[in-house]
Design a protein around this ligand. Structure first.
Ligand SMILES: Cc1cc2nc3c(=O)[nH]c(=O)nc-3n(C[C@H](O)[C@H](O)[C@H](O)COP(=O)(O)O)c2cc1C
Length: 368
């Protein structure tokens, strides 16, 4: 069903890396999409757009300094949208005014975080139960944001009962770009993705839509675009696994051969990630643990038996970690890094096991 003609169309988005191709974006990921990670991704082929991890908005909040760095010190050459999570109108207004003093490409509202601690406060995915509240928030944000206002949403809380209403609100409040993760909040991260719902969003809203969820490779990105008719793709976990994915998407979209990644290339990526995420005062053990969280995703494409993952998870020092990397990645340096995860090789810990903590959208809890 097509909406009535819009009184004011969505504003134009910044041009993509290659104007005319479908868009690509790095999905916002808490504890991942910081300045260091954006730099690393840009080295291998930047997406058209970056999104920060979410700025929390509550009575005591001030924009988190480390997230602001990904905006203020952005050297990727690509625009960064600042994502917010919150529901109090006064505090949202205060935060937006503060963020607009920084070089943001736009303001993005999180309507999707599925962590119980978050949705129980009625923010993130919790708001999808209350379209009237979303109406108030989007009205406020549209009044405050002269530039681009964007929304990232799931397709519902436990079902899709309010989905079309939220899409109508996206139109009514002249949202400029909509990213749709094709799962409900209750479906978390591992169910099938409802690409048909993303296709419905594309038909219903006036602004461009980015399709999100399980886009594992450039070939899958092209399939999802064909199925959904979306304007582009947003990729999260599979960009941690394969930072070349945005360049590969552009090659695929342009009908060119898609570059092949070798295990030696992956070894170079791991070294770069380690160097970029080095920070004053970060103890070696903590740094190694942080690397293991990224490598949980990388390991899904190294070998079909998960031997790299098994060995990597047991390391505790920088030397041990890189010895494992050298053994698994440099023994056959020209072997291909699989374009998609090997079946059954899962990144752990798994947020959907009952014992897993779930206090946020965090690498501690989210797997692929
Ligand atoms: C570690 C992690 C942290 C995340 N943090 C956020 C966040 O801050 N804001 C948000 O909108 N989504 C967040 N997400 C969800 C992703 O943006 C994305 O919607 C989801 O991972 C599905 O896309 P993918 O299959 O490409 O990973 C997070 C996901 C992961 C894996």
């Amino acid at each position: 069903m097509k909406p009535d003609p819009a009184p004011a169309p969505a504003q134009p988005l910044p041009p993509g890396v290659v104007p005319g191709l479908p868009l690509t974006a790095l999905a916002p990921m808490q504890d991942v999409t910081d300045l260091a990670f954006m730099r690393v991704i840009a080295h291998y082929g930047a997406p058209d757009f970056f999104f920060t991890e979410f700025f929390r908005v509550h009575p005591q909040s001030t924009p988190e300094k480390h997230i602001l760095r990904s905006i203020d010190e952005n050297s990727t050459g690509r625009p960064v949208f600042a994502q917010l999570i919150g529901e109090d109108l006064g505090h949202l207004a205060r935060t937006v005014r503060e963020l607009l003093r920084h070089p943001v490409a736009g303001i993005d509202l999180n309507l999707g975080c599925p962590a119980p601690k978050v949705y129980k406060k009625n923010v993130g995915g919790g708001l999808l139960r209350e379209p009237e509240r979303i109406d108030d928030i989007l009205r406020l944000l549209r009044d405050l944001v002269p530039g681009l206002l964007t929304v990232k949403m799931r397709i519902g809380f436990e079902d899709q009962r309010h989905f079309l209403r939220v899409l109508e609100l996206v139109n009514e409040h002249r949202v400029d770009l909509l990213s749709v993760h094709g799962r409900t909040v209750k479906e978390m991260y591992r169910s099938e993705v409802h690409y048909d719902a993303i296709a419905a969003a594309v038909r219903h809203v006036r602004c461009p839509v980015l399709a999100n969820g399980n886009i594992v490779s450039a070939a899958r990105a092209a399939d999802v675009l064909a199925t959904t008719r979306a304007a582009g793709v947003m990729i999260g976990r599979h960009a941690i696994r394969n930072p070349w994915i945005f360049r590969q998407c552009r090659e695929q979209f342009a009908g060119q051969p898609v570059s092949r990644v070798t295990l030696a290339g992956v070894r170079e990526y791991v070294g770069r990630l380690y160097r970029e995420t080095t920070a004053p005062g970060l103890a070696e053990r903590l740094h190694v643990n942080k690397m293991k969280k990224y490598l949980n995703f990388v390991g899904q494409s190294v070998d079909p038996a998960g031997a790299f993952l098994h060995d990597m998870r047991r390391t505790e020092t920088e030397a041990a970690l890189f010895a494992v990397c050298d053994r698994h990645l440099l023994a056959e340096p020209d072997r291909e890094f699989a374009p998609a995860p090997f079946p059954g090789v899962v990144a752990r810990p798994n947020c959907e096991t009952p014992s897993a903590p779930s206090d946020g959208c965090s690498l501690e809890t989210i797997t692929a």
